[in-house]
Design a protein around this ligand. Structure first.
Ligand code: 13P
Length: 254
């Protein structure tokens, strides 16, 4: 199967690793990369590790993301990091609306919309995370939840700007649990998300838009996930912290 959308394999390192460890991991993955690789690879380390990782990937095609970004360019926001600051640290991308931020840090769809608009205004590429909880899935609310999260996230964002966004579909019940969505479950959700994008922005827009899957992605399931026509890449947590495993995921076989 030839996919027209460029695949993106992203590692979300969450609140793990020292500066030294993050730099070493970045370097090990860099050294193991297939020089003929056609898709994109993105690392999202902690803010404090951005500089070490930036140095380790300098001159390689690997991209750098922050795991979050504030909506203001500067100001009295203790603990927050602005789009200007993450760009200054070498980031081209920012993860926005991860379920851990929604759940633990009580981020609302309104905040996520503000962060998206601000990141786009500052020429950052957002990786917008959406996904349902187990309870919502069991109550057959998956599609409704995804639709609401998307409608609120994309509010007042025009098609030109929205085309810079990548969505990561991360069912909350699959994150860090070892319980991956089956390739069929992920494909179904991705088709729904693409249909919703078509409703919001039209068919051409939806066809060109990249949708990643996240949630217990590992070496053992990457090939079957990437074989799905609407899965354009993955956002990997735990398994992106081990160079050999992450490299196997990056070099998926379809
Ligand atoms: P795991 O791969 O550890 O399940 O985490 C997924 C995730 O949340 C990536 O953002």
């Amino acid at each position: 199967m030839i996919k027209t959308r460029k695949s993106l394999i992203a590692g979300n390192w969450k609140m793990h690793l020292s500066r030294k460890e993050a730099g070493e991991l970045a370097l090990a993955v860099r050294k193991g990369l297939d020089p003929d690789m056609k898709h994109e690879v993105l690392f999202a380390p902690s803010f404090t590790n951005l500089e070490a990782v930036r140095q380790a990937i300098h001159g390689s095609p690997i991209l750098l993301a922050a795991q979050d970004v504030h909506w203001e360019d500067a100001g009295a926001y203790t603990g927050a990091v602005s789009p200007l600051q993450i760009k200054d640290a070498g980031c081209t991308h920012a993860i926005i609306g991860h379920s851990e931020r929604r759940k633990i840090f009580l981020e609302t769809d309104e905040i996520i919309n503000k962060k998206l608009k601000s990141a786009l205004k500052n020429s950052l590429f957002p990786v917008l995370c959406i996904g349902e909880t187990l309870e919502e899935r069991e109550q057959q609310k998956t599609y409704r939840v995804l639709q609401t999260q998307m409608q609120k996230a994309f509010l007042e964002i025009d098609a030109g700007s929205a085309s810079k966004i990548v969505i990561a579909y991360e069912p909350v019940w699959a994150i860090g649990t070892g319980k991956t969505a089956t390739p069929d479950q992920a494909q179904d959700a991705h088709v729904f998300i693409r249909k919703e994008l078509e409703r919001l922005y039209g068919e051409n827009f939806a066809t060109g838009f990249r949708i990643l899957y996240g949630g217990s992605v590992k070496a053992e399931n990457i090939d079957s996930l990437m074989a799905q026509p609407d899965i354009d890449g993955v956002l990997v947590g735990g398994e992106s912290l081990k160079a050999d495993k992450f490299l196997r995921i990056i070099h998926f076989r379809v």
